[in-house]
Design a protein around this ligand. Structure first.
Ligand code: G
Ligand code: G
Ligand code: MN
Ligand code: NA
Length: 255
C-alpha cells in the first residue's frame, strides 16, 4: 500500500529517475548502447528498485503513464548529452505486457519522440520473451510497426519463457538478449550450460539477429562469450547502471 501511494505521487513530484547500463561489443569492447532502468527515489521509503514496484504498477495500470515518462525522459537525456557535445549511443527502453496491450502505444510513443525532437533511430525497445509470446501474432504486428517507424526492437530475458523457437523468426527483431540465468550457466562445471548458450547464439545468428548476454559478472563468462562470438555483453563486470553524468563519461565527457 505504501508503494502504491508512492507510485501515485511519483510522477507529479518527480521522484522517478533513470539509470543507464552500458552494453559493449564483444569484438572490440566499444560501447554499443545503453539500457534505461527506472528508479523511484522516495523521500521516506528511500531508493526503490523496479523489482519492488514495477509489478504493482503493472497490476494497477500506472505502468502506462510511467512508461511514457520513461520515453520522454530518455529522449531528454539524449538531448542533454548532445547539448554537452557528447557522442550519443542508442538507448533501450523496457516495455511491460500492460504497455504492449495499449492500442495507442506506438502512436503515443511517436508523439512523445516527435515532440522531443528525437530521432527514432536513437531508441530501441526491449520486450520480454514471456510478454512477446503472450500473443505471437499481435507481437509480430507490433514489432513490425515499431520497426517501420525506425525504432529497433529486442527480445529480453530470452530463454526464461516457454518459447517455441519457431516463433522467434516471426518477430524479426534485430536483437536477442540471453537471460542471465544462462550466462550464470557458463560457469557450471559441466559443459551443458555452455552448449545451451552456444546454441542460442547460433540460432540467433542464423535468423539474422545480434545477441546480447545479460548479467555478465565474471571474467570467465566474458571469455567464453567472446569465444562463442556473442555480439554484445552487459553486466556488472563491465558496467553497472549509471547516473546520466557517470554515463556521460563513457560517451567521452569529462570524468
Ligand atoms: O533495474 P533493475 O535490475 O532493478 O530492474 C528490474 C526489472 O525492472 C527488470 O526486469 C527491468 O526490465 C524492469 N524495468 C526497469 N526499468 C523499467 C522501465 O522503465 N519500464 C519497465 N516496464 N520495466 C523496467
Ligand atoms: O529484465 P531486465 O533484463 O530488463 O533486467 C535488467 C536488470 O538486471 C536491471 O535491473 C539491472 O540492475 C540487472 N542487472 C544488470 N546487470 C546485472 C548483473 O551483472 N547481475 C545481476 N544479478 N543483475 C544485473
Ligand atoms: Mn531489459
Ligand atoms: Na533481461
Amino acid at each position: 500500500l505504501q508503494i502504491q501511494q508512492a507510485l501515485h505521487e511519483a510522477l507529479d513530484k518527480e521522484y522517478f529517475s533513470l539509470r543507464f547500463q552500458p552494453k559493449f561489443y564483444g569484438r572490440d569492447g566499444a560501447l554499443a548502447g545503453a539500457e534505461a532502468l527506472l528508479r523511484l527515489n522516495h523521500p521516506t521509503l528511500g531508493l526503490l528498485s523496479p523489482a519492488e514496484f514495477i509489478s504493482i504498477a503493472e497490476r494497477n495500470g500506472q505502468i502506462v503513464p510511467i512508461g511514457y515518462w520513461v520515453v520522454r525522459e530518455a529522449c531528454r537525456q539524449i538531448r542533454r548529452w548532445q547539448a554537452a557535445g557528447l557522442k550519443t549511443t542508442k538507448v533501450a527502453i523496457n516495455l511491460s505486457p500492460r504497455q504492449l496491450a495499449q492500442p495507442d502505444l506506438l502512436e503515443t510513443i511517436q508523439e512523445i519522440v516527435h515532440a522531443e525532437r528525437m530521432s527514432p533511430e536513437k531508441i530501441m525497445f526491449e520486450i520480454t520473451e514471456t510478454a512477446a509470446m503472450h500473443d505471437v501474432r499481435r507481437t509480430a504486428e507490433t514489432v513490425h510497426a515499431f520497426q517501420k517507424c525506425g525504432f529497433e526492437v529486442a527480445i529480453d530475458d530470452f530463454g526464461t519463457g516457454y518459447s517455441s523457437l519457431a516463433y522467434l523468426q516471426r518477430f524479426r527483431v534485430r536483437q536477442l538478449k540471453i537471460d542471465r540465468f544462462f550466462v550464470d550457466g557458463l560457469d557450471a562445471h559441466d559443459s551443458e550450460g555452455t552448449a545451451i548458450v552456444a546454441a542460442i547464439i547460433k540460432l540467433a545468428h542464423s535468423l539474422g539477429m545480434n545477441v546480447v548476454a545479460e548479467g555478465v559478472e565474471t571474467e570467465s563468462q566474458r571469455e567464453k562469450l567472446e569465444a562463442l562470438r556473442c555480439d554484445q555483453l552487459q553486466g556488472y563486470l563491465l558496467g553497472v547502471p549509471l547516473t546520466p553524468d557517470a554515463f556521460g563519461v563513457l560517451l567521452g565527457g569529462p570524468g
